[in-house]
Design a protein around this ligand. Structure first.
Ligand SMILES: Cc1ncc(COP(=O)(O)O)c(C=O)c1O
Length: 332
């Protein structure tokens, strides 16, 4: 009966540019934010493209963290926008290099992107950092797709600054482990005038494409009910694999930069050969696939990024081979 009802409801096309109210109400309940401040998109990537259209003219720029998610450059360039990096520094913990933000801001800067927890470093933006970033007076775009996947101590995200226009991005891609469902959302917060204007312009952009399918919107309330279990299952896998990785590298030449959350772990490797050689050697000689640090714009090398999603037995075998390979390379 439920399936029949869903099928016949899907045949009706009554689009709402910001997303079906029933779907936005489900997001509103999850995010504890007003339904009027929510806009649905087909993915987080699409949300970025909407926001770059909203905030930028061709030739403008957005500030993006480095190291971070490698898609920003493409997403920005496809809108005729420049992605200008600001630096995340590591001194035992990751933090924003505010000097690099200051140096990167110019008259064409239109927004600042942050990813919290960041991919692949897995660190959360701290409340004091967010307050400092808000002071630049730029709209903030905060990508929080990995927030529920904490690996150590669960850390609540800092409250959104009231005086700053902010767009918070999330979706089913990570929470439901299902990028193929193609449903994301953005939450607009900040001063009322700026917020309302942004929402009404976003409505026009979304209305131009109407890209979120009706069936997935109709299914969203039930999908969100399933999410906590799926999220916890993925997070548990990542925690177990992280523990195994930490154990495997102990006492070796490989240093784990322990992530607080997310699906990845960065490893700092000894500087005996280039990153490219190490990563290709791992693939060729040990059948272990890792991503090189340059892929995420790490400022020096060699780094390797390990996915924590793997099936545990294969993962254990993979990290054992990684350590053996690196040890062999170090020993010449
Ligand atoms: C930080 C971050 N944001 C967004 C995405 C993509 O999400 P979506 O599938 O919703 O476009 C990814 C994918 O890996 C990601 O790492």
């Amino acid at each position: 009966m439920a399936l029949e009802r869903a099928q016949s409801a899907s045949r009706v096309y009554r689009p709402e540019a910001r997303g079906l109210r029933s779907a936005r109400e489900a997001v509103s309940e999850l995010t504890k934010s007003p339904v009027e401040d929510i806009v649905l998109t087909a993915s987080t990537s699409e949300a970025y493209s909407y926001l770059f259209k909203l905030l930028c003219d061709p030739g403008d720029s957005v500030l993006v963290p480095a190291p971070s998610y490698p898609l920003f450059e493409h997403l920005a360039e496809l809108e005729g926008v420049r992605a200008v990096p600001y630096r995340l520094a590591y001194d035992g913990a990751w933090h924003v290099d505010l000097g690099s933000v200051r140096a990167a801001v110019d008259a064409r800067t239109r927004a600042l992107v942050l990813v919290s927890p960041n991919n692949p470093t897995g660190h959360y933006t701290r409340e004091a950092e967010l307050a400092e970033l808000a002071r630049f007076g730029l709209p903030l775009i905060s990508d929080e797709v990995f927030a529920p996947f904490w690996l150590g101590k669960p850390r609540p995200l800092p409250p959104r600054p009231a005086d700053c226009l902010m767009f918070t991005l999330d979706g089913l891609s990570k929470r439901a482990g299902s990028p193929q469902l193609k449903l994301g959302w953005m939450l607009v917060s900040g001063p009322e005038g700026a917020r309302r204007e942004a929402l009404s312009r976003l409505e026009l952009i979304a209305d131009t494409f109407l890209s979120v399918s009706t069936p997935v919107q109709q299914a969203l309330p039930q999908l969100l009910e399933l999410c906590p279990e799926i999220t916890e299952h993925i997070a548990r896998r990542c925690r177990e694999n992280l523990a195994a990785l930490s154990q495997a590298v102990r006492g070796s030449a490989v240093t784990l930069l322990t992530p607080e959350a997310g699906w990845s772990a960065p490893l700092h490797l000894p500087r005996v050969v280039s990153e490219e050689e190490l990563v290709l050697g791992l693939l060729r000689d040990a059948s272990v696939l890792v991503q090189p640090g340059w892929f995420y714009d790490f400022e020096d090398e060699p780094y390797a990024i390990v996915s924590l999603l793997g099936e545990p037995r294969a993962f254990h075998e993979g990290v054992a081979r990684l350590v053996t390979h690196v040890t062999r390379v170090v020993d010449g």
